[in-house]
Ligand binder design. Structure first.
Ligand SMILES: *[C@@H]1O[C@H](CO)[C@@H](O)[C@H](O)[C@H]1NC(C)=O
Length: 246
């Protein structure tokens, strides 16, 4: 009887112990990503207009710790009133190689802000894609825009394969910081040389998702502009317009 009681109380003690420790672990993991999100939150950009009705975040994700390689992102969510939690996540990539998605895609093409002529203030872009989707701009690969590597040789050994692998690592780690985007319908869009990056990244995602039920990266499709296709003669003809407009 005594032994029985002892076992009983000890196992219930263990249960309570596991519940407490377990919830502490869950709590700290939750707190961890909240803290990281809060750290990345853009409260206000210099020269930002007043009527900004969406949330923005930016920061770095380390994609290779040993080399010290980190990619920079800027997330501009859909307007708070438009229920951004119901809208898809769209990764935007510019091409080049060497074109910053922050400098071009975000600031001159599909992003929510335009730099005013004074070079100091911003105005809203009425045709911004974040009206309909949560837009994630990524400077890729390392060495482009704000993305960097602490191993200088990385800049010279970059290639499409590593670009795709790094972008995939970025996405998976980014989803740990933004778990609210896990399982969200996910698309990739871009132009020019991203016509190489996007199908290669898509292939990596499709392979990794193979046989996975309800994958965290819920890949639905991609969009590339016509001059992105791998046709050297067309690329040659469109080279100058691409560099002018990208
Ligand atoms: C690169 O080096 C700097 C300076 O030592 C360090 O602060 C930073 O965290 C490093 N970046 C990565 C991605 O490891």
């Amino acid at each position: 009887m005594t032994t029985h009681q002892y076992i009983n109380s000890s196992s219930s003690f263990r249960l309570v112990y596991f519940l407490v420790i377990g919830s502490l672990v869950v709590w700290s993991a939750e707190g961890g990503h909240r803290k990281e999100q809060a750290r990345d939150r853009i409260v206000k950009l210099p020269g930002q207009p007043r009527n900004v009705k969406f949330s923005q975040y930016s920061g770095y994700i380390t994609v290779e710790a040993k080399a010290g390689r980190a990619l920079f992102y800027w997330l501009t969510e859909a307007p708070a009133k438009s229920r951004p939690e119901k809208k898809p996540l769209v990764l935007w990539l510019n091409g080049g190689p060497g074109c910053s998605s922050i400098a071009y895609g975000a600031s001159e093409e599909v992003g929510p802000f335009r730099v005013r002529e004074d070079g100091k203030s911003l105005r809203l872009n009425p045709y911004a894609w974040n009206q309909e989707a949560n837009l994630l701009f990524l400077d890729s690969p390392a060495g482009v825009g704000f993305s960097y590597s602490n191993t200088s040789s990385d800049i010279y050994t970059a290639g499409d394969k590593r670009t795709a692998e790094d972008a995939y690592t970025f996405l998976m780690k980014w989803l740990e910081r933004f778990p609210n985007y896990k399982h969200r319908p996910f698309y990739i869009a871009g132009e020019s040389y991203a016509g190489h990056y996007i199908p290669e990244l898509s292939q990596v995602i499709v392979h990794r998702n193979e046989g996975v039920k309800n994958p965290v990266l819920n890949f639905k499709g991609f969009l590339v502009s016509p001059n992105s296709l791998n046709m050297p003669y067309i690329s040659f003809i469109t080279l100058i317009p691409s560099f002018t407009f990208l």
